[in-house]
Design a protein around this ligand. Structure first.
Ligand code: MG
Ligand code: MG
Length: 261
């Protein structure tokens, strides 16, 4: 994957009107993610979860951002156990007791996107697996402590990596967070690892998706032949957590507000 530290002039600073539309896109995105999370249980297929996401988004007057995005066939990416991201919903994939299920959702409302993901356990999981899910979620919050005017993108990246590694897990490096706006993926790139003090400076009006992907084992991943699904190279578990946030004059504002887990 090509990496670059974009200049700030590649980053679109959102107007007040755009921010209001993105709040609504974020609200719909999170509502669909919560509905998906409530549907995760042993016996359900990932296709059924996908249908719930699509209905929730469309009933709210928005469009699923992922549906047909570069040909993606679902409204949500649903990735089970060692699948990291970009899992394709399928009637053949049935959730089993003890699985962990990553649901990634985007909604487009009047031309603006929201992007949010979370990891759900189906039934009982081992304490170590529960810890993986919790550390992944908390690493997002550790990261956005640095999502403040005047700091730099990699200050967020570094905080995510440090927290994850202190807890004995690894952060995926081949896939990154990103700017969000009229496009689902915009500048800047937002890595989940790196040395602090690098990359674009954070400016009020920037909107970014911060999305740690955390592996139980090694950080290496590989893509499957279906052209989408990314799995851990060592077949150990992976977790994901994501929100779309707005840089402000003070604390960052989570546009995909509300607790998914
Ligand atoms: Mg996402
Ligand atoms: Mg994203």
């Amino acid at each position: 994957m090509q990496r670059y530290w974009g200049l700030n002039n590649m980053i679109k600073i959102k107007s007040q009107r755009e921010i209001e539309l993105m709040r609504e896109a974020g609200r719909i995105t999170k509502a669909a993610l919560i509905a998906a999370g409530q549907a995760v249980r042993p016996g359900v297929s990932t296709r059924e979860i996908d249908a719930i996401v699509r209905k929730t988004i469309e009933d709210a007057g928005a469009k699923p951002s992922f549906l047909n995005y570069r040909g993606f066939p679902g409204s949500a990416c649903i990735s089970v156990n060692s699948q990291v991201i970009h899992g394709i919903p399928s009637a053949k994939t049935r959730i089993k007791e003890g699985d962990i299920v990553k649901v990634d959702v985007g909604a487009c409302y009047r031309g603006y996107h929201g992007d949010s993901a979370a990891t759900y356990a189906a039934g009982e999981v081992a304490p170590e697996v529960r810890k993986l899910i919790e550390v992944t979620r908390q690493s997002f919050y550790e990261g956005i402590r640095y999502a403040r005017k005047g700091l730099r993108i990699s200050d967020i990246s570094h905080a995510v990596q440090a927290y994850v590694e202190q807890n004995g897990f690894s952060v995926v490096r081949d896939y990154l967070g990103h700017g969000v706006g009229a496009s689902l993926h915009e500048d800047p790139e937002v890595p989940n690892y790196g040395t602090p003090g690098r990359g674009p400076r954070l400016i009020p009006g920037m909107v970014i998706a911060v999305e740690p992907m955390v592996n139980q084992g090694d950080y290496h991943v590989r893509a499957l032949d279906d052209g989408w699904t990314v799995i851990t190279a060592d077949n150990k578990l992976s977790a994901h957590y994501e929100n779309t946030i707005l840089i402000t004059e003070g604390e960052p504002e989570i546009l995909t507000a509300g607790e998914a887990i």
